[in-house]
Design a protein around this ligand. Structure first.
Ligand code: CDP
Length: 783
């Protein structure tokens, strides 16, 4: 019998095991999409519309076709001949693959050149002549819904205006009743602006369709390879068994690599028709102007409150800017994602949420950018409203929250819009963060500073997220239930391979998911290889986004490991000649209860599974699990930001940020901290600088990293991290999602801090990003 290994050597849950994937990624041995080379590969470049709204009167591609090295020029008409000019979106709309009738946003795909070399393909784009007839561009949802506005989706049967969807939830009557009892109504109208996930690796595809066998091997930057395989089968009509999607190493996704983009469809169709592999890799500008954006919600929130600072109800009207096609990647039932989590961390009985979305001449998207579907917007609204309510009622913003929090004993707690929060202790969380930052002293310093003409602000945000989508009774995307899976095979020498339905894009799944198996079976995490992203070699799953991997795929991993642990106990009982009920498994050692010297290791069991089994037992030590979560999980956090605002310039600097996060049981504390730092950086970016905007003609301002300001370590403040661990009670490993939550919670904390510095002047709102000129204008207007 081999000596048992220590828990630290095994590296189960709670250990900061070094990330296995880092060695290959840091040492240049990663395998990204553009690293993959196949013989005879052709290259594709896409011609994009320079105009936001125009009718296409004609396309002349003869000069491009004649260029040496050009194999084909693909237009919408050609795609149409194969029934592929339009494709379905994940929100049940249709989207142009290559424009046939009109272009509806700047950067829309109009034609594609397939050539022997990527430079020839790009050069040939300039030889394509498109005859456009200008149409009036619509760049805001308000303009879009005005009477007489040009119809953007004139191709859509029955579409008589620019409304993309309407959706409401909550109880209107009960909310009106709550408002009738309020002493005051606090109102906030604000815009969470459009931003872009901007993964460092842009999107791309290498489609290799064998014209003889019909086998399509598609290498693709996909956060959801299995779902993409099914959607490809449905859209392109290819038999699903012939489609293999391989999602190699991915340089960041952040929701941007969930939708199916026109370039994927054109490259696959071109490979099928030409019979050679076709590769397309986006440029930075293509990524920023045409792929899945995030946010762009215009929100009006009203909070009914009493003079004692008690919240009675919430009313929200939201208008979203959907761009030209309604292609949010979100669960089918929810037209505005999980925006209705907008009741936040507070206990009040009534809410009514009314949502509308409008088409505009902008790129489509609406992806879950570092948050569960649209929760960042919701969390921002409620945290800004509660802060303003505190000023209006005249109580401290921290006290306002403490008075209205859902109490620990109220969990599981059903919100006014139907979420059932599993667990939490919000009071302890906020009090801990307040103590850490030295809240009372800070308030004193703030008053003293104000007397000297200095503007110090203390911003709080306490958020609750809803992650781990989701239970099959409610959650599907395009009809596919949001379950996920894990397959575990233990080999005779005790080493294992774990195959996942989810797909990592940098989160460290190869490490943390191995740790879950290590925890259950005691096989060292380093002896477990984790495979993901290849649909031929992994079980089905809906993919990685919206902080669902660990709550769903991680749970599947725990469950499948437990199935193997059960079999391991049966084998141990046979080897040790003991009763199965007497076998205990701890740190990879299976022993007879009360006789610890009668033991075998999990490695002994692995060998026995292929050599020495009890009568009638099937050989092997492997299984697969599909996990259907009973509920979402609800991570939360308390964030406090201290800023100083320069009254002359409007420039604000972060002095401190204390972030306390709850993500249940931390599988790998080091990875969790990394995820949180990334999320906080994103939250800071949204509040301070990161912003895609458009001029009146619909030209995208933010088409490169000179205009679209992604923060670096230089601008990013230092974060002070704290943790509570309130395990998710229904969850197999007690873990909740992480990382995204930090982006959900932090923008409100930063903005609230700036507002807090100016609140005594009567300032209640500055739209994000809180640019110095906006701050300065607010001060100017107030004084
Ligand atoms: O879906 P996604 O992977 O983006 O998010 P996640 O499930 O929230 O996890 C992000 C990373 O943090 C993964 O490597 C998780 O396994 C890890 N994590 C953890 O170690 N402990 C937790 N309680 C939650 C996540």
């Amino acid at each position: 019998m081999a000596a048992p290994t220590t828990p630290a050597e095994i590296g189960g849950i709670g250990h900061s095991v070094q990330r296995k994937e880092d060695a290959r990624l840091i040492e240049g041995q990663g395998n990204f999409l553009d690293d993959i080379e196949l013989p005879n590969t052709l290259h594709m470049a896409i011609l994009r519309s320079p105009l936001a709204h125009a009718r296409i009167k004609g396309i002349d591609s003869s000069a491009a076709t004649a260029l040496d090295g050009v194999v084909a020029v693909v237009t919408g008409d050609l795609m149409d001949q194969h029934g592929l000019a339009w494709m379905p979106t994940l929100s049940g709309d249709t989207q142009a693959v290559l424009a046939t009738d009109k272009v509806r946003y700047q950067g829309q795909e109009v034609a594609a050149v397939i050539a022997t070399d990527p430079y020839i393909a790009t050069d040939a784009l300039e030889l394509i002549e498109v005859d456009y007839e200008d149409l009036p561009p619509i760049t805001t949802p308000q303009q879009s819904l005005e009477e007489g506005a040009a119809l953007i989706r004139d191709e859509k049967e029955g579409q008589i205006d620019n409304l993309a969807y309407t959706w409401e939830t909550g109880d209107k009557g009960a909310t009106e009743e709550a408002f009738s009892q309020a002493d005051r109504v606090v109102t906030l109208e604000t815009h969470y602006p459009r931003s872009h996930p901007a993964p460092l690796e842009t999107c791309g595809i290498l489609a290799d369709v064998n014209s003889v066998t019909g086998q399509a091997t598609i290498y693709m930057t996909s956060q959801a390879p299995h779902a993409h395989r099914t959607l490809f089968a449905m859209v392109a009509g290819l038999p699903e068994q012939n489609i293999r999607i391989v999602s190699p190493d991915i340089g960041g996704g952040f929701g941007n690599k969930v939708p199916i983009y026109p370039g994927y469809v054109v490259a696959t169709a071109a490979s099928l028709l030409i019979g050679q592999p076709v590769k397309w890799v986006e440029s930075r500008t293509e990524n920023l102007i045409s792929t899945g954006f995030a946010r762009d919600y215009y929100m009006k929130g009203e909070l009914a409150v009493t003079d004692e600072g008690r919240i009675l109800g919430l009313r929200v009207n939201m208008l979203s800017d959907q761009g030209a096609f309604y292609s949010d990647a979100q669960p089918t039932q929810f037209r505005a994602g999980l925006f209705h989590v907008v009741t936040g961390s507070y206990d009040f009985p009534a809410a009514h949420i009314d949502c509308r979305g409008a088409f505009t001449n902008k790129a489509p998207g609406g992806v879950a950018y570092r948050c569960s579907f649209r929760i960042t917007e919701a969390s921002y609204l409620i945290e800004r409203l509660v802060q303003n309510a505190a000023y209006e009622v005249g109580i401290d913003p921290a006290e306002m929250r403490l008075r209205n929090f859902i109490q620990p004993e109220q969990f599981p707690y059903e919100t006014a819009t139907g979420f059932v929060y599993d667990s939490g202790d919000y009071l302890t969380a906020l009090r801990t963060a307040l103590e850490e930052v030295g809240y009372e002293d800070l308030r004193r310093e703030q008053a003293e500073a104000r007397a000297e003409g200095r503007l110090i602000g203390i911003g709080i945000a306490h958020f609750t997220e809803a992650v781990g989508a989701g239970p099959s009774h409610t959650y599907d995307i395009a009809g596919l239930k949001m379950i996920d899976s894990a397959e575990l095979r233990v080999h005779p020498t005790g080493k294992a391979i774990l195959k996942l339905g989810v797909k990592t894009q940098g989160q460290g799944h190869e490490t943390t998911f191995a740790q879950i198996v290590a925890e259950v079976l005691g096989i060292p995490a380093n002896d477990i290889k984790v495979e993901h992203g290849d649909t031929d070699h992994t079980p089905y799953g809906l993919g990685t986004y919206a902080s669902r991997s660990t709550p769903v795929g991680g749970a599947a991993t725990a469950v499948v490991a437990r199935k193997l642990a059960d079999k391991a106990k049966k084998i141990a009982a046979h080897l040790l000649e003991a009763a199965e009920e007497d076998i205990e498994l701890a740190s990879g050692v299976l022993s007879v209860a009360g006789s610890p010297d009668r033991s075998v290791t999990i490695q002994d069991i692995a060998l026995a599974a292929y050599t020495n089994l009890p009568e009638g037992m099937e050989y092997g030590l492997e299984d697969v699990t599909y996990y259907d979560p009973p509920n979402l999980t609800y991570p939360y956090g308390s964030y406090i930001v201290v800023v100083e605002v320069d009254p002359d310039t409007g420039v604000w600097q972060v002095q401190r940020m204390v972030a306390l996060d709850d993500c249940g049981v931390r599988i790998n504390p080091m990875i969790v901290e990394g995820q949180i730092c990334g999320g906080l950086t994103e939250g800071f970016a949204m509040s301070a600088m990161q912003w895609i905007t458009f001029d009146d003609d619909g030209n995208c301002i933010g088409a490169n990293f000179m205009d679209y300001l992604v923060p670096t370590a230089w601008e990013t403040p230092r974060f002070e991290l704290l943790a509570t661990e309130v395990p998710s009670p229904h969850h197999p490993i007690g873990a909740k999602g992480v990382g995204e939550s930090a982006t959900v919670g932090s923008p409100a904390a930063f903005v609230n801090a700036v507002i807090d510095a100016l609140a005594h002047l009567g300032v209640r709102n500055i739209d994000m990003p809180v640019l110095p000129d906006r701050v300065w204008a607010a001060i100017d207007e107030a004084s």
